[in-house]
Structures are given as C-alpha cells and as structure tokens.
Design a protein around this ligand. Sequence first.
Ligand code: SAJ
Length: 432
Amino acid sequence: MSLDRPPSVCVVGLGYIGLPTAALIARSGAPVVGVDVAPAVVDTVNSGRIHIEEIDLAGLVQGVVERGLLRAALAVEPADVFVIAVPTPLGANHVPDTSHILTAGRAIAPVLKPGDMVILESTSPVGTTEALRDLLARLRPDLRVPGHAGDGADIAIAYCPERVLPGRILVELIDNDRCIGGITPRCARKALTFYRRFVRGQCVTTTARTAEMVKLTENAFRDVNIAFANELSRVADTTGLDVWEVIRLANRHPRVNILQPGPGVGGHCIAVDPWFIVHGAPDDTPLIRAARAVNDGKTDHVIARATAMIEAHPGAGVACFGLAFKANIDDFRESPALKVATHVAARFGPRIHVVEPHIDALPAAFAGTGARLCDIDRALIDCALLIVLVDHDVFRSVPLDERADKIVYDTRGIWPDQPKRAEGTPALKLAG
Ligand code: SAJ
C-alpha cells in the first residue's frame, strides 16, 4: 500500500457496520469493493440504494456508487486493504461463533499479496485476530505473517472495533475515538494511517488482544450498569419507591452514573458481547454472568407484573407501547419488548393492542393470538391499561390529559408525571 495513491479496499460484510464503513472509506477517495453473501444486498447497493435503515446512509451510498467509488460484489477481489465486518453471533450454550470471520479469511487468502493489510472489525473473543493470522499463514505459507516473522512480515494484520450507536452510525464512525490493535506495533501504525483517512476521533494503538478485550469490556460494563439499574427497579417495586427518582437523584453525585431500568436488554451487542468474556474466562466472571442473569430475569419479571395487572382488570383493553429493542429504531433483534408483548398476546389475545410506529404489520410471533397492531391515538381511546416497553420519542410526547385515567406500567420511566394512586387501590403506575 503506497502512501501517495489511495489504497484499494475490500470490505467483507455489508451489514449495519460494513456498509456505512465501506461508504465512508469510499467517500475518502479510496475505491471500495463491498462483498456480501446475499445477492439481494449486492444488487441493492450496486443500484445505489441501501437495505438497512440508518440516518443519512442512503444519500452517502448513492453518491459514492454513482461516482464509481463503491461497488458491491459476491466474491472477494484483490485489494490493498481488507476490512472484515461480518457477524459474530452466539452459538449454543453462549459459545461465540467466529465461523464467518474464518470464512472471510479463507476468501481473502488467495488474493493476498505482499504489502496488503487485513483489518478485523467484528466484535470477537480475545485471540481471534491471532487465529485469523494463523489461518492466513497456513493458507499462504509463501507470505511472511506478522508475529511469526518479526518486523519482516509481508502483510499487516490489525483489529479495530467500532463503537457506534444505531441512528448515529455515520457520525460516530467519524467522530468516536478508535482503539486500533496490531498483531505488531508496525501493524497498528499501518492501520492507524488507514483509519485517519476518515476518522476524526482519537486513534489509539495497542495490541490486537487488548483491542479485542476493550470492545468486549465497553459492552460488558454497560450490561453490568444496566443490571444494577434493573435490580434497583425490582427493589423499588417491593418497597414502593420511584426508581426513576432514586436514580435521578443518586446520579447527581459527581461520581455516580447509573443507567436506566428497562424491560431487559436487547440487541445483538450488549446482550451478546459479555458472553465472549465469560467464554474466555468462565471461572473468573461471576459478576458478568450475574448481570446477564439479572437483565434476562428482568424481562421475566416484567412479564409477570404485566400479566398480574391485566388479570386484575378483566375485560380491559391493553396497549403494549413498543416492540423494538431500544428507542427510535426499527430493530427487533433480541428485543425484550417483543418477548413481553408476544407473551401477553398469547395469554390475552384480542385484548392486546400493539403500538409500534416502525411497522405496518405485526411480526409473525403474534400470528393466531388475536392481538392487533394499532396507532397510538386508537390505543389511547380503546385501552384502559398501558404497558410502556420502549421509550420511543412519540410515546414520551403523550400529554398527561390523554393518560391520567389510565392504569400504566411504565418500564421505561417515560411519563414521570403519571399520577400515583392512594394506598389500597390497584397500583396505578408500577415502577420498573
Ligand atoms: N438499555 C437499558 N438501559 C439503559 C441503556 C440501554 O435498558 O440505560 C437497553 C436498551 O433498551 C437496549 C439494550 O440495553 O435494549 C442495548 O441498548 P444500547 O443503548 O446499549 O444500544 P446498542 O446495543 O445498540 O449499542 C451498544 C453501544 N455500546 C455502548 O454504549 C458501550 C454501542 O456504542 C456499541 O457500538 C454497540 O453496543 C455495539 O455494536 O457493540
């Protein structure tokens, strides 16, 4: 890879991270081939369109495709830099599945040449980048790989995780600091030079193993913090306290920053990544395991309280507000809200009205339950019981006069002004 002309780049995996990353690299002037296993994804991108929902991504992709800087393909092509951004799901028994990374490595190996660089971005168990290095060494014994050949290596290999939030991906890919882990310091430096093409945040170099652990640490920390908030919400349920007020006031301490309770932890990151650490150190991670159990247990707790509330008001219409795994997005992966709503729909059927602004038909999980999808205005008219499962902005905006007489189970604390009933009457507003 020469320093004067832009490197040619091959991004393997055009998902939530790969496609925005490929588009930003292309916009920096480096020609990019984006590779994906799904022909529909390849066709969509080559037509200048996108297959995922992300703010500002459609215009960016259309622009770089029209300028001939981004092209999608089904097969890996020769390039100076290869970026692997493929899924790393959890397999059975919470065992990380890195098979997609190794498949990408096998696809890259035949087209590798001296001077090339391979960067792994997928969230990975510690040691995965070295395993990728060893795979490339086995497949290409003619190439000297880093860590096996001192600084005389023919190729560079690095690990650089992303830390973006859906809905802010393009902003955060540019502005967030990047932790860049090299198999050797020379690899890290070479990767840093590459990321400087489109990253404005601080680029900090370290070892590949450290960078792998940094990514897992960030998400495991968040999971433990959320678990603490969820445990506080259960204590509040038992003691009749308002957990939202307790956390809001505790966080006024200059060194306290407790996150928010919810109906559990969803998505394909926070609920998944902690298990990568547990898998690597099963006897040393009781806290991380416990946090996972608390967060998953919170969903069961919400199901039990919602069920009790519905049973205590026979015949009343019930509105479930939200199915997505977090606010203001349309992603339902591992969504605790979806688990709660489908559970009460299976139990109470036609009484259940689902309000989810990001869809126009109920997911298949509701088939046969009799539950219906309805808009927020209809739900506020037809339903006496409101269960808030997602903190979409549109739900926050419901004024008190439209819900003052409702019985509310607010698992997200979006309506702090919801009146509390005097002792002895059914709880008007359950804590979390
Ligand atoms: N949640 C709570 N309470 C909170 C915050 C979140 O219950 O106070 C829940 C959300 O409702 C959701 C889940 O946790 O169900 C995950 O939400 P999230 O806000 O953590 O969103 P993710 O998973 O999309 O993004 C996280 C981010 N990691 C950190 O903030 C440390 C993001 O920066 C990562 O890039 C992303 O994981 C990832 O891809 O790893």
